[in-house]
Design a protein around this ligand. Structure first.
Ligand SMILES: Cc1ncc(COP(=O)(O)O)c(C=O)c1O
Length: 372
């Protein structure tokens, strides 16, 4: 068998006709930036995310950066962020000049541990940035409570968790202003780079709107030093097509994850993903953990099964962050996650037979003692 880690085949086949029609519509409209397609998508995504406003931008990193700029975060401020996340969450903070304050995750959920947040708060703390990693909601009740108590802003990094809920409320609707990514591999993926901010605060929405468009509302009149980060008409039109399928795709991801859970249960030495009480999971990734990660990955790859590692080097040990002076051992939980996590294929359209094969090969790896 040959099972790629990533495949767009199934989704593309499903939407191909509509995507081609959307392309044709935008092409013929002769209006490519900040037009009706974007306005329609922003309205639809705000509705989907149950917020008042959505502001489409060029990518998820820009969405995080604009969220921070909207809240006027700068050099004097500190931002609390998970030690275990994709580096974009850190990079957005770096772009503002603010200080990154990493907080370790709960190893069961991979997400920021609310019990560790208060110890990281100082006079300079302005923002908590929870990241719903791999598609599981963070403990948002606890996080919002801490933020309220200390008068802090919350920016959710919802890049991996569109459609996810905590206690029945959608992620991306808790924070003051939130960011998401429509990178092609995301649960809602564009055909290129794309991202968005979500908020129910009209003032923040208006500020983010300015920032993404050169700081300008009226052409050639600039109110603030903005950037150029606009979600273009083509990507907006494509995303509007795909958004209609999201509920079905999330259901399918959950079914695939449930099949993995069932077939991989009880393997000694293999830790399966767990979902915390009140949280849901939309399985952007199905991430297992094992001390034999590298050997298991090699074995699965040799059996024709594609895998991924999200992420092999924690942000504090990246060369880019060497200047912060962190060393091995400073964030042991994030380091442990990086050394033991392995993502299995989870593409809508993956067959029962393929899932069974992946699980059989994983079990075989342990039973035959390949892990020695
Ligand atoms: C958690 C997280 N935050 C932010 C981003 C940044 O998104 P983008 O690649 O669209 O800039 C990503 C994805 O790439 C991500 O996974």
């Amino acid at each position: 068998m040959n099972i790629p880690f990533l495949s767009f085949n199934n989704q593309n086949n499903l939407v191909e006709k509509e995507i081609r029609a959307a392309f044709e519509r935008v092409f013929q409209s002769k209006w490519y930036i900040l037009g009706e397609e974007l306005a329609d998508f922003e309205k639809a995504y705000a509705q989907y995310n149950e917020v008042q406003h959505c502001i489409g931008v060029a990518n998820g990193l820009d969405a995080l950066h604009i969220a921070l700029r909207t809240l006027e975060i700068g050099k004097a401020d500190e931002v609390i962020v998970p030690s275990n996340t994709y580096i974009a969450s850190w990079l957005a903070i770096s772009q503002t000049g603010a200080t990154i304050v990493p907080v370790e995750p709960n190893p069961q959920t991979f997400n920021i541990d609310p019990d560790r947040i208060e110890a990281a708060i100082t006079q300079k703390t302005k923002v908590i940035m929870p990241v719903h990693l791999y598609g599981q909601a963070c403990q948002m009740d606890a996080i919002m409570k801490i933020a309220g108590k200390h008068n802090l802003f919350v920016i959710e990094d919802n890049a991996q968790a569109q459609g996810c809920t905590y206690n029945g409320k959608l992620t991306g609707s808790f924070g003051h202003i939130n960011a998401t990514s429509f990178y092609p591999t995301k649960n809602l993926g564009a055909y290129g780079d794309a991202g968005a901010l979500t908020t129910s605060d009209a003032g923040l929405a208006q500020k983010a709107n300015l920032l993404r468009n050169y700081g300008s509302e009226k052409k050639y009149y600039n109110e603030v030093i903005g950037i150029n980060s606009r979600l273009d008409e083509l990507q907006a039109a494509f995303l509007s097509v795909k958004l209609k399928y999201m509920t079905g795709w999330v259901d399918e991801r959950r079914k695939i994850a449930a099949a993995y859970d069932q077939h991989l249960a009880g393997i000694c030495g293999l830790i399966l993903p767990t979902t915390a009480p009140k949280a849901t999971h939309v399985y952007h990734l199905y991430v297992i953990r094992t001390d034999k990660r590298d050997a298991l990955e090699k074995y699965l790859n040799s059996m024709g099964i594609g895998t991924g590692i999200h992420y092999p080097v924690p942000a504090h040990l990246q060369k880019a962050y060497q200047y912060l002076g962190y060393r091995d051992g400073d964030f042991p939980i994030a380091e442990k996650m990086a050394g033991t996590c392995l993502s299995l294929p989870l593409n809508p359209g993956i067959t029962e037979q393929e899932i069974t094969y992946i699980c059989k090969m994983t079990r075989k790896f342990y039973e035959k003692g390949f892990n020695n």
